[in-house]
Design a protein around this ligand. Sequence first.
Ligand code: NCC
Length: 276
Amino acid sequence: RVKLSGPELLCQLKELVKITTLTPEMEPFTKFPWASQLPARPLTSALGPFKTCAVVSSAGSLRNSGLGKEIDAHDAVVRFNAAPTVGFEKDVGSKTTVRLINSQVMASEDHHFLSSSLYSSGTLVAWDPAPFSSDLSEWYNNTDYPIFKQYQRYRRLHPQQLFYILHPSMEWQLWKQLQDNMAEPIQKNPPSSGLLGTVLMMSLCDVVHVYEFLPSRRKTELCHYYQNFRDAACTMGAYHPLLYEKNLVKRMNQGFEKDIYNRGRVTLPGFNTFDC
Ligand code: NCC
């Protein structure tokens, strides 16, 4: 096994992972009346391109980071799941351009997905762990959580908000890249929202700064910056191959080591800014 360099990994990522969102013409959706709720234009043609983008992980190490101003200075900001900004502006900023949510958040009672104002700013992008085949019909009949039922309900309540569903092929293309670059077998579960959001933004932005995905000197067992719950698995991974995701991102980082240490900041180039 040859260990790929940072630029080689970036080229591999650019070639292997394609951002696709569900559209009304895709099988099996064409035959469902509700498919007209899916945006007609794919996400990559409706959003961006942006110059600079910030991907804000939900890690506890963002607490007391004071990174809010720096994060908000980007042209677009991505946040995840139920991560709030209100009351945490100093550390995480207040701008939300895209919110990437997993299907668990859409379905679980505690998140009040249909009614909470948390989800009303920016463009929503949802995903659900799909079977390895990435076959849309197989997935449609066997989603992890009721992503399609909740999507239809949300769209009826908030018809003006842009809301996409990621094509599940991306999950497994990324998983495959992780596995191909690791010496040991990794768990066969899709990558975390954090990595999906990072790659999504690499296809929309010239430069992507990812915050506290690789933990800074503030590294903590605190799971999220917005909750007093401690579990090292949030940072290291259990279900998601998070440690391997972080290893890959570390190898692709084009920023300085000290920016990771001080600001938890990684710099990745947008796919349009380099040739392979
Ligand atoms: O925790 P979660 O992720 O919402 O965090 C978003 C992304 O930030 C990065 N992260 C988070 C915490 C931490 N200490 N270090 C980190 O690096 C990760 O990249 C993570 O993806 C998810 O990926 O969707 C996840 O969602 C939660 C949960 O479903 C939602 O928060 C809603 O409550 C999952 N937790 C559980 O299922 C209990 C988590 O495993 C992954």
